[in-house]
Unconditional design. Structure first.
Length: 148
């Protein structure tokens, strides 16, 4: 079953593609940016805005960002990768998702310094079957649970 998901928390697609597509338990998020007048000159501000939007998107789906398994990142050549790594460590918990990184001359959206597309898996079905055995359930209240 394929379901297109739209959200006001992410930019509208400019072309014939879905913002988010859910196929069974798999979630595919199109390449997103978060450019505004306030952040157009700052990679860190764009990255933080983008992750704020992604976290809100996952909350709308009753998930959290720790369900992400793969991230595809495009950054412009003027960005310091150390800044990207810092944002990742602040936003994701270990074990971190797999990541592909491409450095490009420019991105399709004017003034964009970062674009992220990602894949996630909705593990809630596994959680129900396994009573939270290392899958996380958001209900156990265990401090050791990586999904709480």
């Amino acid at each position: 079953m394929r379901k297109s998901i739209t959200s006001q928390n992410v930019n509208n697609p400019v072309g014939p593609f879905s913002q988010v597509l859910k196929v069974g338990d798999n979630i595919y998020v199109s390449g997103l940016t978060a450019v505004s007048e306030v952040n157009k000159n700052s990679f860190e501000k764009q990255a933080n805005s983008l992750f704020d939007n992604l976290e809100a998107l996952f909350e709308e789906m009753k998930l959290n960002i720790n369900f992400v398994v793969k991230v595809n990142v495009f950054i412009t050549k003027d960005v310091n990768i150390t800044h990207l790594d810092r944002v990742f460590m602040e936003r994701f918990k270990a074990p971190y998702p797999a990541r592909t990184l491409a450095i490009v001359d420019e991105l399709p959206e004017k003034d964009a310094k970062i674009q992220i597309g990602l894949d996630a898996i909705d593990l809630r079905a596994f959680q129900a079957m396994n009573d939270c055995d290392d899958y996380g359930c958001n209900e156990c209240e265990s401090e050791d649970c990586e999904y709480n």
